[in-house]
Design a protein around this ligand. Sequence first.
Ligand SMILES: Nc1nc2c(ncn2[C@@H]2O[C@H](COP(=O)(O)OP(=O)(O)OP(=O)(O)O)[C@@H](O)[C@H]2O)c(=O)[nH]1
Length: 415
Amino acid sequence: MVNDVLLKDVEDALGRGPWRLRFAGHIETQFEADTQRQRSRNMVAAGLISAFIYNLFLINDFSFRPDAFTMAVALRAGVMLPVGLAILWQVHRGVSPPAREFLMACTVVCATVISCVILASSTAFYSYLDVFSFGLILVVGNIVYSLRFRYALASSVLSIVIASAFVVTYDPMPTDAKRLAIFTLLANAVFTLVANYRLERSERLSYLHVLREKLRAGHYLKDNEVLSQLSLTDPLTNLANRRQFDAELATRWREAVEKDAWIGLMVIDIDHFKAYNDHYGHPQGDDCLRQVARAMQLNSRTADLVVRFGGEEFVVLMAEASPEAADLEAERIRRSVEALEIPNAGLSPRAVVTVSVGVAVLPPADSMTAEDILCHADQALYQAKRRGRNRVWVANPDDVPIGDDPAGNVGRSAR
Ligand SMILES: Nc1nc2c(ncn2[C@@H]2O[C@H](COP(=O)(O)OP(=O)(O)OP(=O)(O)O)[C@@H](O)[C@H]2O)c(=O)[nH]1
């Protein structure tokens, strides 16, 4: 159900205008939850590399502005580096997505401020040339960190304002160079922001596509489970159907052969059900089948497989049964149906619905097949019917199943 709602939201998000970045409500939350770890890891790696390169610019400071070298060391290595590392540590430990973006955006603005201060503290002739490298700071924020667009935009605007204010008031710099520097910075900001937007957009779109496929796959899986369950269940009674029985009998037969265990089977048939149907009609007949099925299910063991074999005939496949236990269980089922006291006025005014049960319990021999036990149980059912119905008849496994044998050499007990 939750997945259905999410899938619909994902479809909606995919259908929305291509310019929008943030997702609606819980998709945004899900997106952040799914990407948070990897994004933080990438940012920390990018931050470490950027910090290293930012400090490499000390070589540049040494060559271009030796008068401010000490100041540069203090600001780059003494201020920016510890602040940057502290922020990366926080991001590595895990902070909320807005805090993560804000802190990383702060490093961009901080680096711009510190670069301006270093340049301002030097009177060296070519020192101003480094203004043209300020754009690299925006490249780091907008591309290398790939800040979320709104943070990239905010940090870019702030950095440009700070750098421009510095350039305009920086006397050693020729006016033409100032104009070119500000123009270069602006162009840099525009290009990197466009790239930043497209990166975020494509990351979000890919995420939506992957999420949609995952959710759809979940649906298919669920549908398949439902279908396979349906294909194994009788729709009227919700019991296992013949198909499930065939598969289960083969498996349990194999297991019984391997473990040298006994296997048991009951075939249960409702007595005079034609009379019931003719009298009450088919829909009520269906209702009667459901009640009988429920009684059988409630009175069998959990490990047994209760099956609607077809029409008004049922089968109970018993796990590791002994003849005595099977006999008791069959009798319990027979009594439970009788106790339902479903009138069968089609038969006689005071008659109730009953069942006859044929039971076969045997150790599978090499010469036998799984079909043989069914045959034995069928023959026992036949005997139960012949002997007046509403009774249990247990087949004698030593006997060969035969037809109408009045001596009853198929069974050994009847009630
Ligand atoms: N309502 C309903 N009746 C069914 C269904 N399947 C089979 N039947 C009915 O079950 C009855 C089976 O009748 P018979 O095979 O003559 O057996 P019986 O009357 O129970 O007699 P005995 O088995 O000899 O006691 C028929 O009337 C079928 O129409 C079903 O799904 N729903």
